[in-house]
Design a protein around this ligand. Structure first.
Ligand code: C2E
Ligand code: MG
Ligand code: MG
Length: 688
């Protein structure tokens, strides 16, 4: 072992031998090189020795030193010059072109040894610190954590690029002081963060360690573990604190066992949803809490591992039944929660809970064991008094507790009123499927009269559902459901058929040749191309001329897809049936579109008729509609006439037809016959 390897760039071996002699006891390995070129060209490689000793030569040294430094870096390879006495002017040249030290000849052993020792130790110190720095940089770069460093005296904050990256920021986003950092810490966490920081700086805690949320550039908050240790002076006062930042959102926000979002996510989302809906008059979101019944018994019988596995299976099944807008979260052991962010109506909660229950209550087989579960379910729909996630969860929990108290396998909606409504709707939906088959639908007919003569002009067919238990159900309670489920299509076909059959019967019985029956058509019936064929078929089957049939289409149904509806209406027109625009004035049809529609009649919505007697603007509105109808050459039927005054106002303004309780409510077939016969008698009286 020697203390260093020294290369002597000299002209001959005699000079080298002198150096060896001056260095004495062989503690250095000393070699001679005579050619400068042999030392160059190994760029980036290890320096050829620990130190180079060379004779200074005016002019030529600068280039050589620059080249050798370029190969091996500027401070890894000390170069010491030997200068002839009297040539001290060369000294400045040597040092300015990159040499580290010089010695004047002749050589003194002690001086040579001292200079070499000092150069070698300086180079070694530099190398050691570089190694440390490289190791540190490697460690920082390799870690997924960010590094931060705060000097307390001047409040200078350093955040590593990785820190910035974790926070979705770039280096210029300006985290320069502590306050910049505090500004992005979640308002609920920032006070605690400052307390923890102070406690550590004051020496109360051994290290800073805290989990808190920080705002990502995309405005969302992510969870971080902040760790740090203070550096203290001799009196124990901290002057600097440095540490790391770890993104723990994944672990913080997921349930370890199922991998699903946990209660933190639930509270967060729910609070966001509440805020989002605050200004809305009716908020349509809600939650469903679920628990596996007799969970404790299952744990005693099969153990924790089995229970965990069961919960995993159940949660997977639940996820499989949910829509993309629903979120399943794990509230705790054996409590799951579904957040329905977007609900179409009150029934969604019950609908989803039925689906979920069906999935969860299928037998579960794990290894040799098979279990059959039941769920207790508590639901709550958001209402105005729900100001925070807690409120809604509290109500749903109350419902869940009630469900459990009822012995399990139950579902309870928090608001009993809502529960009833939702149940009713679902029942209607289920039973409507059977209504057609069981022949439970029937048509009532409401007279439409000629306002000038008071004579019957026709009838509007209005559907009813004769329910075995619930009696006669009005259309508003089942037509919207039929439209949602698509059942309106077969129902609508039946209505057309039945109206045509009735029309034929009346013609045969009464022979009133100009009578018409008006039938309501829902927008869903206009979706496909089938309607014209259905109408043609019904007319043919009952040998009814098309003049006897009118179809009522609402203004809003036409506007849904104007061009498509136009085509369909034209085909219906070709058949020869009448076309009325129902509920006119409540939709948003533009005049230009209205002009293109092949309709022949406008039915003025009841709300306008009612408004006429309320104030003068009501009358003006009806006048405007009547003018419009004249302009486009359309007949007008005013709906919902109940009083003489309404009739007079309409008649005076040239409205031709009227419909309403004043002339008759929707009537049974028998009542219609009576009415037609009564009218014939009075005609005869007038005529005779
Ligand atoms: P609509 O076509 O506008 O029918 C007029 C509604 O106003 C009927 O209610 C009728 O009973 C009611 N009405 C008539 N005159 C008066 C009055 O003087 N005062 C008051 N307060 N109300 C009056 P209904 O029978 O309950 O029907 C409601 C809606 O249900 C109908 O509105 C129609 O949109 C729909 N509908 C009824 N039958 C059918 C059908 O067979 N198919 C389809 N798709 N929809 C139908
Ligand atoms: Mg109608
Ligand atoms: Mg109407």
């Amino acid at each position: 072992m020697h203390d260093g390897h020294i290369l002597c760039l000299l002209t001959d071996d005699a000079e080298c031998a002198a150096i060896r002699a001056a260095l004495g006891d062989g503690s250095y390995l000393v070699d001679l090189v005579t050619s400068r070129e042999s030392l160059l060209g190994d760029k980036g490689g290890e320096p050829p020795a620990d130190l180079l000793l060379m004779r200074a030569r005016s002019g030529a040294d600068g280039e050589f030193i620059k080249a050798i430094r370029a190969d091996h870096g500027s401070d890894r390879f000390p170069i010491v010059f030997l200068v002839d006495p009297g040539e001290e002017t060369l000294v400045e040249h040597c040092l300015s072109c990159g040499g580290d030290d010089f010695l004047t000849l002749p050589i003194h052993g002690a001086e040579l040894q001292a200079r070499i020792r000092s150069q070698l130790s300086r180079a070694r110190a530099i190398a050691a610190s570089r190694l440390d720095r490289d190791r540190f940089a490697l460690a920082v770069a390799g870690s997924s954590d960010g590094i931060w460093d705060l000097t307390l005296s001047d409040d200078a904050l350093f955040m590593s690029p990785r820190c910035a990256e974790l926070l979705g920021r770039n280096g210029d986003d300006g985290f320069k002081r502590l306050e910049d950092w505090l500004a992005i810490i979640h308002p609920d966490d920032v006070d605690q963060f400052q307390v923890e920081l102070r406690n550590h700086l004051e020496g109360i805690t051994l290290s800073l360690q805290m989990e808190c949320r920080m705002q990502h550039r995309n405005q969302t908050y992510r969870w971080f573990l902040v760790r740090g240790t203070g550096q203290r002076n001799a009196t124990g006062k901290a002057f600097r604190i440095a540490g790391s930042l770890t993104d723990i959102s994944e672990r913080k926000l997921t349930d370890a066992m199922t991998g699903l979002p946990n209660r933190i996510v639930l509270y967060d989302r729910l609070n966001q949803t509440i805020v989002k809906n605050r200004r809305k008059t009716s908020a349509n979101f809600g939650i469903i809490l679920l628990q596996i019944d007799r969970y404790e018994t299952m744990r005693e019988a099969y153990g924790q591992v089995f229970c965990d596995a069961v919960q995993k299976v159940v949660s997977q099944r639940l996820v499989g039944t949910l829509r993309t807008t629903d979120t399943l979260t794990i509230m705790g052991e054996n409590t799951m929660c579904i957040l329905l962010d977007v609900m179409r109506d009150d029934t969604d909660l019950v609908r989803v809970s039925h689906r979920v229950r069906a999935a969860a209550e299928e037998p579960i087989t794990l290894g040799d064991e098979s279990v059959l579960l039941s769920l207790s379910i508590g639901m709550a729909q958001a209402q105005a008094h729900h100001q925070s996630a807690e409120d809604l969860i509290r109500d749903a929990t109350a419902a869940l507790n009630k469900a459990r108290a009822e012995g399990g396998g139950q579902e309870v909606v928090f608001d009993p009123d809502m529960q009833r409504r939702a149940r009713d709707r679902l029942r209607i939906e289920a039973e409507l499927h059977l209504a057609l088959k069981r022949n439970e639908l029937l048509l009532l007919y409401q007279p439409i009269v000629d306002l000038n003569t008071g004579r019957l002009a026709g009838f509007e067919a209005l559907v009813r559902w004769q329910h075995a238990q619930r009696g006669l159900i009005p259309p508003m309670e089942f037509i919207p459901i039929a439209e949602e489920t698509g059942l309106i299509v077969p129902i609508g076909t039946w209505v057309v058929q039945e109206a045509c059959r009735q029309g034929r019967e009346w013609l045969d019985q009464e022979g009133n040749a100009d009578l018409f029956i008006s039938v309501n058509v829902s927008s869903r019936q206009l979706d496909g191309p089938a309607l014209p064929e259905i109408v043609r078929q019904a007319l043919r089957e009952h040998r009814l001329a098309p003049e006897h049939l009118k179809l009522e289409i609402t203004e809003s149904a036409v506007m849904r897809d104007f061009e498509l509806t136009m085509k369909l209406l034209k085909r219906l027109k070709e058949i020869g049936v009448g076309l009325s625009l129902d509920d006119f004035g409540t939709g948003y049809s533009s005049l230009s579109l209205l002009r293109r529609l092949p309709v022949d009649t406008l039915k003025v919505d009841r709300s306008f008729v009612t408004a006429m007697t309320a104030d003068t603007s009501g009358v003006k509105m009806v006048e405007a509609i009547l003018q419009l109808a004249r302009l486009f050459d359309l007949k007008v039927v005013a709906e919902g006439i109940e009083h003489e005054e309404e009739e007079k106002l309409l008649k005076d303004r040239g409205c031709e037809f009227g419909q309403g309780w004043r002339y008759g409510k929707p009537l049974t077939v028998a009542a219609c016959l009576d009415m037609m016969r009564e009218q014939r008698k009075s005609t005869k009286r007038i005529a005779g």
